[in-house]
Design a binder for this molecule. Structure first.
Ligand code: AMP
Ligand code: GLY
Length: 421
């Protein structure tokens, strides 16, 4: 089978790696890919906004299946577009992708179907938001409405910070803003919860704990994710059941009542407070770096699962996992998530040899004349699967030290809630 993966991050490298070991795979294309996917697939440089070019490439190369990694093309409707040409594609359609693309859409759905979430309000001018904030209890959470690469969220401890946040959002830091969302701050522990669906059947697809803040001890600005581990320490049958019954199923029912279905990965970002799950946000794809920790634990053939989904027979598949502990540390470019330098050579990476259960997934990298250069804020992902989280973390740090990239920085405390407690 010939498969095209859309995207260029660590998640897409991990997806290509999972496809590579499938019995059914003949050829993998990655559009546009990175220096890591280049090692195991054919990188194809097409602008992800150019759906027609992607469609033409699929036809010219007899590609059997397209797997969409990132949110932007999903929210922009790539699935609807390719399906018009009878191309098999794994991912949710444009309407269902609003679960990630529009916080207003999701909050309204939560309201209608009584899905537990933080109390909230939308404000359409700076003055209205400011008036509300002047009478609020702190901390409060302020969010831009659309996609912001995980960075459009402010946790504000006081009035000054909150005024700064609404100013930045209305000034267009995350694109044109007609409204801001102001939310109650939820206390508790976070968990990333994944399901896969063919539109009828749903199956759980692992849990993970992300680390969104840039500095150790969960300090500093929000990022796309500095590291993760799987499974989440909060996972239990009882909690899984609550999440499915109170959050996932009512959401999918809500979509059905709007005449659409969810096909793909659905990622619920949750806050668990006294054993009860609250929805923070939905993403309509695998998490990054959660995907990089989850896929190496999968025992069932990944491509077989995806094919079952697009053929609407997921009910026939039994998804099996190993029970090991997977942990990922993200190596970033100094300065991320603010200003950072690009195009810095990563000299030692090609000389590293990996043992079983060790992975280096590339994120923001590119190749130029057989040398590898940084090409983004999050650059490399180091994943170890072992019996203990502590061992996974130590070995991931050893690998990073071997790469010894002077322009890099990383959090040494990934997993602190479960390892160092
Ligand atoms: P989001 O992009 O909506 O997932 O938000 C990014 C991060 O901000 C989350 O992973 C949480 O750590 C934090 N966050 C968002 N909303 C809330 C909330 N209502 N209460 C507490 N923390 C939040
Ligand atoms: N790791 C967070 C995300 O993928 O949105």
């Amino acid at each position: 089978m010939k498969v095209a993966v859309i995207g260029s991050g660590g998640r897409e490298h991990a997806i290509c790696e999972a496809l590579k070991i499938s019995k059914k795979i003949d050829k993998i294309f990655c559009i546009p890919g990175n220096a890591g996917t280049d090692l195991i697939s054919f990188n194809i440089s097409i602008d992800l906004n150019d759906f027609k070019k992607i469609k033409d490439f699929v036809f010219e190369n007899n590609i059997d299946l397209v797997i969409v990694g990132p949110e932007k093309p999903l929210v922009d409707g790539i699935v609807d577009y390719l399906e018009k040409f009878n191309i098999k594609v794994f991912g949710p359609n444009k309407k269902a992708s609003q679960l990630e693309g529009s916080k207003i859409f999701t909050k309204k759905l939560c309201e209608k179907y009584k899905i537990p979430t933080a109390k909230f309000g939308f404000f359409d001018t700076f003055d209205n938001a400011k008036k509300y904030l002047d009478n609020s209890n702190y901390p409060v959470v302020i969010k831009a409405d659309g996609l912001a690469g995980g960075k459009g969220v402010y946790i504000c401890e006081n009035k000054d910070q909150s005024h700064q946040a609404i100013k930045e959002i209305f000034d267009g830091k995350f694109g044109l803003a007609n409204q801001v969302l102001i939310e109650e701050f939820l206390k508790g522990e976070e968990m990333s919860f994944f399901i896969i669906s063919d539109g009828e059947t749903i199956k759980t697809f692992g849990t993970a704990q992300d680390h969104k803040r840039v500095f150790e001890g969960d300090k500093g600005k929000n990022t796309g994710g500095m590291g993760a581990y799987s499974p989440s320490g909060l996972e239990s049958d009882q909690l899984n059941k609550k999440i499915l019954e109170k959050i996932i199923k009512p959401t999918l029912k809500g979509l059905k009542e709007q005449n659409t279905k969810f096909v793909g990965f659905l990622y619920a970002g949750l806050m668990i407070t006294n054993g009860e799950p609250f929805l923070i946000e939905y993403n309509v794809r695998m998490g990054d770096p959660e995907c990089q920790t989850i896929l190496p634990k999968l025992k069932t053939d990944f491509l077989k699962i995806i094919i079952a989904c697009v053929n609407k027979v997921l009910k026939n598949i039994n998804i099996e996992w190993n029970n090991k502990k997977s942990l990922c540390i993200v190596l970033c470019s100094k300065g991320y998530p603010e200003k950072f330098l690009n195009n810095i050579e990563i000299k030692n990476i090609s000389s590293i040899s990996l043992k079983k259960n060790e992975y280096i997934f590339h994120a923001g990298t590119k190749k130029n004349k057989s040398k590898i250069f940084s090409n983004g804020g999050r650059v490399l992902n180091f994943v170890i699967v072992s019996k203990e989280f502590n061992e996974s973390r130590n070995r991931a740090i050893d690998l990073i030290n071997k790469v010894n990239w002077p322009n890099g920085f990383f959090r040494k405390d990934i997993g602190f809630k479960i390892i160092d407690k």
